[in-house]
Design a binder for this molecule. Sequence first.
Ligand code: NI
Length: 394
Amino acid sequence: MSGMTEKIKACGEKYRDYLIEMRRYFHQHPELSLKEEETGKKIKEELESFGIPCRHVGTPCSNGVVGTIEGGRPGRTIMLRADMDALPIVEETGYSYTSVNDGVMHACGHDCHIAILLTAARILQDLRQELSGTVRVVFQPAEEIGRGAGMMIADGVLEGVDACYASHVWATLPAGTIAVDPGSVMAAGSKFEIFVKGISGHGAEPHKSVDPLLTTAAIAMNLQSIVSREIDTQEPSVLTIGHMESGSAFNIIPAEGYMEGTTRTFSRAVDDAWADMIRRVAENTAAAYRAKAEMKYTYLLGPVVNDEEMTELVRGSVRKVGGEALLGHMKPTPVAEDFSEYQKRIPGVMAFVGVGNADCDAVYPQHSCHYKVDESALLNGALVYAQVAADFLG
Ligand code: NI
């Protein structure tokens, strides 16, 4: 174990209770996306109490917080990120520190993320003389609605940053492991809408009309051939139509049809190709039925893709903190995360901190009203943040 790792661990030991106290405080006071005002204030207060200069960022809400830890010597800059928003869920955990905000719950573990990064920031601030370079700690709002990262980037949090790191607590990963894998680890997710135009008429005389209802149904069927016939089978992808409507009565051919759906993929190439593939199938199917179709594609989030070189560095950091036993693996998850926005611009890694443990009833999935974590796993999460920063800056 290197000298720096020993120092990080010694500091971590001092702040073990602090981490749990913070996690429970934020768990009890959850706030929805773009409404994290009190959360942001508390984070800023905590950082300032450690002597870390910080400011609020974000437009339209300035609930985000960016703090700067200057090392003893000049060097590169690494960004450590945590998200901080909660979900519109009625909590059913039975925790003594259950949410006091009705209908709002930290059911994705972002309370843990805040506590972990505050603790890592405190450790790094104590040890800043030993660092060559700068650590930027970023507490980001509005992750659950996929908007926070974009807001932070628009406000310049990536300026001068060379790499970024974040971790997400994960219920299906056993406590005592931190999964760090190269390549795509979380999926891209987007939305498409298709507007079909026909010519309305009497149900008894279809030859005098153009039927948009039948056309919409045909487009729904044909879209399924994109995943089954066109995309590489090695690139797991999903196209789901979640809503479709046309017509108003049994004997009328309507004028319009509509559908909307979502796409998911782990591949940046497939993600870039969706819009063209869906438009081609929709327009040409409509043409075959003498109708017209227009497609609107709303790009939401790209895949979370871990940089190979950074992955190696983070794996090394995990080994330093907890040996080979701490280093785990996880299958990519089809959930989307706006950390992908940072990774599109600079190399970054998203790791997963296992918090699953049947002994403390931490067996429920992310976003469950029963969501629980094994709190004893969180300190290693904080130590790895600090170690990654130390290793990257050297
Ligand atoms: Ni989350």
